[in-house]
Design a protein around this ligand. Structure first.
Ligand code: NAI
Ligand code: 15L
Length: 269
């Protein structure tokens, strides 16, 4: 597909949205911003709910592609998750279909497969076609998002790269994150690859840097042209000294989703 230039970024006021607003313009993108809350220092940003069909359709009109980050990013009640993370993405895909937008890059999460056992030494890394094993209603909504993407590809020809993001923050802050971390710079590399790769249909990829302690497979991400440059290993000694090695008897430490499996953080932060 021709390289997208104008890209709608939903969730632009959030943590990841803020990082991507800083990094993606260097790849030549003109970002249109959308969030439920105002985006600091961005008076042109659209402030609206994903469930506001009219505002969403106007925001989508004329863009070449969408990076969809908006939504509840932690655990919540089923009703709140339903509205923001299930009905919201449905409205986004409808707006894309109606306005002829052919490519979406959607933020899925490791919590769609959070109950998957972490690989032990010598095990194969978790493949990107691992079955859904959500650890929360939040993770369940990300499973829905991936299936929604598949439906809109099969039925309407809207392409999606679903990025099962590990942990994208400026630095890893836990021993678990050493295995799932995606540096912001690698996040921008991966989103750029997902926006520009040819013929993705619906592709699920893992979103991480090239971590020494990686738990999952980056093959499908690399097939898009993603070449991660970072590794969490320089942070390892300090984090392990402070937090210790994972306890194999603790389910919060033996499943991919970590503490989301046993004691998930609740939205809002
Ligand atoms: P965040 O919580 O900082 O940002 C989410 C943004 O979405 C917020 O600005 C919020 O106002 C907006 N939002 C929520 N409900 C909305 C609605 N109904 N309509 C419009 N906007 C709405 O989350 P973060 O960390 O920036 O994550 C972005 C996306 O990436 C989320 O979908 C999250 O589930 C996903 N993700 C993030 C990971 C990470 O490491 N940061 C890991 C895995 C997935
Ligand atoms: C997520 O899906 C969350 O949105 C993010 O805030 C982190 O908690 C991340 O997963 C994680 O598992 O570290």
């Amino acid at each position: 597909m021709p390289a997208p230039r104008t890209v709608l970024l939903t969730g632009a006021a959030g943590g990841l949205g803020t990082l991507m607003r800083g990094l993606l313009p260097a790849y030549g993108y003109d970002l249109r911003l959308f969030d439920l809350v105002p985006v600091e220092d961005e008076p042109q940003a659209v402030t609206a709910d994903l469930n506001d069909r009219k505002a969403l359709r106007e925001a989508v009109r004329g863009v070449d592609a969408i990076i969809h980050l908006a939504g509840i990013s932690l655990e919540s009640t089923f009703d709140k998750i339903l509205r923001a993370n299930i009905e919201g993405p449905y409205h986004l895909y409808e707006a894309a279909r109606e306005e002829g937008v052919r490519r979406i890059v959607a933020a899925s999460s490791n919590h769609a497969v959070g109950h998957t056992p972490r690989p032990l030494a010598g095990d194969r890394p978790i493949p990107s076609d691992a079955p859904h094993r959500p650890d929360t209603f939040y993770g369940l909504s990300k499973c829905f998002g991936e299936d929604l993407a598949q439906l809109y590809w099969d039925k309407h020809g809207v392409e999606t790269v679903s990025v099962r993001i590990g942990s994208c923050f400026p630095e890893p802050t836990s021993v678990r994150m050493l295995s799932l971390w995606m540096s912001p710079a690698d996040g921008a590399r991966l989103f750029h690859a997902a926006l520009t790769a040819e013929d993705v249909g619906h592709t699920v990829v893992h979103g991480s840097s090239a971590n020494t302690r990686l738990w999952w497979d980056l093959t499908s991400a690399r097939a898009l042209g993603y070449a991660p440059q970072d590794d969490s290993e320089p942070y390892a000694a300090k984090l392990i000294a402070a937090q210790g090695e994972p306890d194999p008897a603790d389910p919060a430490q033996t499943r991919l989703g970590g503490h989301f499996v046993t004691d998930p953080p609740i939205w809002p932060h």
